[in-house]
Design a protein around this ligand. Structure first.
Ligand code: PEP
Ligand code: MN
Length: 243
């Protein structure tokens, strides 16, 4: 399952421009952050509920689903209204009160691996959501912090094999936050397919040089389209499918 879109929702025009291109490449799930967990309090924090409304409107125009990050249970009601899949970011993987609140949600949860979390800790966080009443959890490997600094994080593709041995949950890969560099995304996506991930979530921006967040790791729509064709061809050879 391919999920793609900008790191942040910046405006209705920006999201529409990107979604229109992604639709042509067969993307059915649109990503975009409305509540952004930024390292600096002075960096763009997201359009918040306005961003959720833009996501819903644009996704509906192109018959897509919305995946976006929730940082606090305070706005869970708004997410229930506007969002199809609730993303929990790496920084909140062990926010246990948030995880408990998600147990009451009617939406599937995309649970990212914490940047310093073991596979066992990641699975226990998924267990929290399920123990509190919501069985629809999708795991997402997005790279872990190691001593290496050339890439933003280190993509642990073997974690896909581990969680497939240890649990029944679907697992996808986010090569964008793992690499932090757009020119690595295609190869890491092909590797994700080969290792047996059930999908990908990829950052795409029509003008990455001016993106309000994560431009350096964002593919332009044309590159995304080229990658999607290669993924499709390779999936046939591997007899695995990323829809
Ligand atoms: C994101 O998806 O934009 C994001 C902030 O990801 P992560 O939580 O993996 O850093
Ligand atoms: Mn991002």
């Amino acid at each position: 399952m391919m999920m793609a879109g900008p790191c942040s929702v910046e405006s209705e025009d920006q999201l529409r421009t990107i979604a229109r291109e992604l639709k042509k490449s067969g993307v059915k799930i649109l990503r975009g952050g409305a509540y952004k967990p930024r390292t600096s309090p002075y960096a763009f924090q997201g359009l918040e509920v306005e961003g959720l409304k833009i996501l819903r409107k644009v996704a509906d125009e192109f018959d897509m689903l919305v995946v976006t990050e929730l940082m606090s249970p305070d706005v869970l009601d708004e997410f229930e209204t506007y969002v199809d899949i609730i993303q929990i970011g790496a920084r909140n993987m062990q926010n246990f009160s948030l995880l408990k609140a998600l147990g009451k949600s009617t939406k599937p949860i995309l649970l990212k691996r914490g940047m310093a979390a073991t596979i066992q800790e990641w699975l226990m966080s998924a267990e929290y959501i399920m123990a509190y009443g919501n069985d629809d959890v999708i795991l997402c490997e997005r790279g872990i912090r190691t001593y290496e600094t050339y890439t933003r994080n280190t993509l642990d593709i073997s974690s896909v094999l581990a969680v497939k041995e240890l649990s029944h949950l679907p697992v996808i890969i986010d090569p964008s936050h793992a690499a932090g560099r757009w020119n690595m995304i295609e190869s890491l996506s092909l590797a994700s397919l080969a290792v047996g991930a059930h999908g990908l979530i990829v950052e795409v921006h029509h003008d990455p040089e001016h993106a309000m967040s994560d431009g350096a790791q964002s593919l332009k729509p044309k590159k995304y389209a080229e990658m999607a064709i290669k993924l499709d061809k390779v999936s046939k050879v591997l007899d695995k499918k990323l829809v």
